[in-house]
Design a protein around this ligand. Sequence first.
Ligand code: GUN
Length: 283
Amino acid sequence: MIKIIDGKAISKEIKDEVKEAVSGLKEQGITVSLAVIQVGNDPASGVYVGNKKKACEYCGIESVSYELAEETTQDELLTLIEKLNKDEKINGILVQLPLPKHMDEDAVIKAIAPIKDVDGFHPQSVGALCIGQPGFVSCTPAGIIELLKRSNVEIAGKECVVIGRSNIVGKPMAILLLRENGTVTITHSRTKDLKEVTKRADILVVAIGKPKMITREYVKEGAVVIDVGIHRNENNKLCGDVDFDDVAPVCSAITPVPGGVGPMTIAMLMKNCLTSVALMQNQ
Ligand code: GUN
């Protein structure tokens, strides 16, 4: 029987755990707060930022919003980040990407204090992840590991194939699967004979950015398929990188879109805000 991995339910479990921990901290007089910075008014970013603020509210985390105009200069943004870095009341700093074209994203990410880097994008966080040291982990791949574990999918010794090599998903995903003792292959747009590689996967993580590209010809019978993509199809309905109706009958478990990986990203962000509190206390 195919199992539909319910990201919505699992993300609620995690948010409830965070909510309880936040309420415990409140009893000790400690508040948890996240600064959310959005520059410009990209509508998709607006939706993501709105969902992050809603999750904060649910968990009892205070969100402090900065909605900056498209014309904001990079120096102005860096000055704000510097101020938030020093502000003891702020635990996490999130700068919603993409930034307007006149800004250098790498320079902005690097300006965030690593101790408040709840997105896990800072080079120090990425480096720590690569060498197995504690630090913030990018929320989407961290959420996928959590989905697999809470769905009782064994990773150790499994053939894991990741499609996509972005800094936010593909690369950290591969490192995390390796950390769980999977045998990991990363594929990308220049991979020769992609189907031949993906058909070896016991666990296939798809973050390719092309609607419904992965059909059953890419999937081994009984594989676990994780779909990171999110798109609107011709009927304005949400769909992923995986052709769900075609693939679901041949795999043992699959994440739907919506309601799979998406909600997990936000739940892990909430969890990272708690981690930041612990790091700041141990400073
Ligand atoms: N843009 C798309 N995904 C993300 C994310 O996880 N964090 C931030 N900051 N921006 C994004």
